[in-house]
Design a protein around this ligand. Structure first.
Ligand SMILES: [Zn+2]
Length: 485
């Protein structure tokens, strides 16, 4: 049985907003000596376009192609070879690939997308009856190529205009080198590893907005997607229950044994804000925080001090977007600064409270929402910085009402909770990406953004990713193994 629905199946896309900060890591991906599966790139571009673009190109980062088109193809083949060395299949996996104009603006762009071209159920040797498998995995399990003749297993489309035009993230195009030394650009091999994983099966075929299964048949994915509050799997839920769980922050976990066994090797302890002290009252306790890519990562023993707010000024300053005035500087010196989000970027606030002598910065959101990290880069920042929700900010400020100019009686400790790994639920399973506001193409078919270190299959490509898809760095391959690879 087969269902092909390209519109739905290719919608898992990576979107970046803004320009990625430079944080290049020098990890070279090894060329596999012997592939355990062969992945072939099928060039679907017309002559002169995409992979056939004849624009001359200088060799870059180990990519020896002499035209733009050839360099693109070389990067595709590198990503295919990395997956090929990792997977096992007797059937050659064919990826129908093209570079075409995709949606973009000056400040954000769709990089590209990939997905299964066809899905199959009840094929020879299918592990579960009446269950959708992506074409490449179904062929592996069947031991023969069951795809429709002439049809690739995976379809991949990438943005041919990225970084090359003023209306398409100018200056921030794909890095076509193979050495992960991408600088200010977007590492194409990393993006391809991510997108190919979707095509190999890192996605549900069930509608993640309505909860509806295709033809009433669940995806293999749905046997592992667990509501960690009710204990129900997606296959056991009604459409409405699935749809509701997909927009419950921290509500869905991956229940596959291979991923869960690998989690302790891969993920680090979660960052934590502990609040205590004589004046803390009902604000005492532990708070979930979002991490910053600038400043030192949180560690133990914690950085601790009196929690003191940076108070907004009548003239519009006071959000720590400018050097602190005398009273605010007195308040935060030798203490932990509580700053509201808004009016300027995170790094500017951190720089100003650090200059005033703060030991750390807690940034309170200025709108309702889930716990999220920060963005930005400044090597001169040496104090730990975290972000908390607007609601938690309100709770903390209520405890600071009776402070003096230099003390609040509320102690903030920024450290690690060693009993819990970043991005996991209470049972040690990794969380999936389920933002409260539905995010088409991202919700459910990605790992949580709270994982630390960042994982390949988070909804956005982060600068600290490498070309590794296996433990101890990454949990992508364990999930593919859970579903049958
Ligand atoms: Zn994705």
């Amino acid at each position: 049985m087969k269902a092909a629905n390209p519109t739905r199946l290719q919608r898992a896309a990576v979107v970046v907003a803004g320009v990625a900060a430079a944080c290049a890591l020098a990890f070279g991906a090894a060329v596999p000596a012997r592939a355990a599966a062969t992945i072939a790139i099928v060039n679907l571009n017309a002559p002169g376009e995409g992979f056939n673009d004849p624009t001359p190109a200088a060799p870059v980062g180990g990519n020896t192609g002499t035209t733009l088109g050839q360099q693109r193809l070389n990067a595709f083949q590198r990503a295919a070879d990395i997956w090929g060395a990792t997977l096992t299949s007797s059937v050659t996996i064919r990826i129908g690939a093209s570079f075409v104009p995709l949606s973009c603006t000056a400040t954000s762009a769709v990089l590209g997308s990939a997905g299964a071209n066809e899905i199959w159920s009840d094929f020879p040797n299918a592990p579960r009856p009446a269950t959708w498998y992506p074409s490449a995995l179904a062929s592996k399990l069947a031991g023969q190529d069951i795809s429709t003749p002439g049809q690739p297993h995976i379809i991949a489309r990438f943005n041919s205009r990225l970084g090359l035009f003023p209306d398409c993230l100018p200056g921030s195009g794909f890095y076509l080198g193979l050495d992960d030394n991408f600088g200010d650009q977007i590492d194409l091999v990393t993006v391809l590893l991510h997108e190919f994983a979707h095509g190999l099966g890192f996605q549900t075929f069930t509608d993640d907005e309505t909860g509806a299964e295709i033809q009433g048949v669940p995806s293999i994915w749905d046997y592992y997607l667990l509501n960690n509050r009710t204990g129900k799997l997606w296959v056991e839920m009604t459409d409405a229950e699935r749809a509701a769980s997909a927009v419950t922050w921290r509500g869905l976990s991956w229940n596959g044994p291979i991923v869960t066994a690998a989690v302790p090797q891969v993920l680090d302890p979660v960052s934590n804000l502990a609040v205590s002290g004589a004046a803390a009252g009902p604000a005492a306790g532990n708070y979930q925080v979002g991490d910053a890519p600038f400043g030192p990562p949180l560690s133990n023993p914690p950085v601790a001090g009196q929690l003191m707010p940076v108070v907004d000024q009548a003239n519009g300053t006071g959000l720590a977007c400018d050097p602190l005035n005398a009273l605010n500087a007195l308040a935060v010196r030798g203490n932990v600064a509580l700053v509201d989000r808004g009016s300027c970027d995170f790094v500017t606030k951190a720089r100003n409270v650090q200059a005033a002598g703060a030991l750390g910065m807690i940034l309170a959101d200025n709108q309702p929402g889930d716990v999220t990290g920060m963005s930005g880069n400044d090597p001169s920042i040496t104090i730990p910085c975290v972000r908390i929700t607007q609601a938690d900010g309100v709770t903390l400020k209520a405890a600071l009402q009776r402070r003096t100019r230099t003390r609040s009686g509320v102690v903030a400790s920024l450290g690690l909770d060693t009993t819990r790994l970043a991005g996991t639920d209470n049972a040690g399973r990794i969380l999936m990406y389920t933002p409260t506001i539905y995010s088409p193409g991202s919700t459910v078919s990605h790992y949580t953004t709270e994982a630390k270190p960042n994982q390949l299959m988070e909804p956005a490509i982060n600068d600290d990713l490498t070309h590794q898809v296996t433990p101890p760095r990454d949990l992508t391959f364990p999930l593919l193994r859970d579903i049958g690879w």
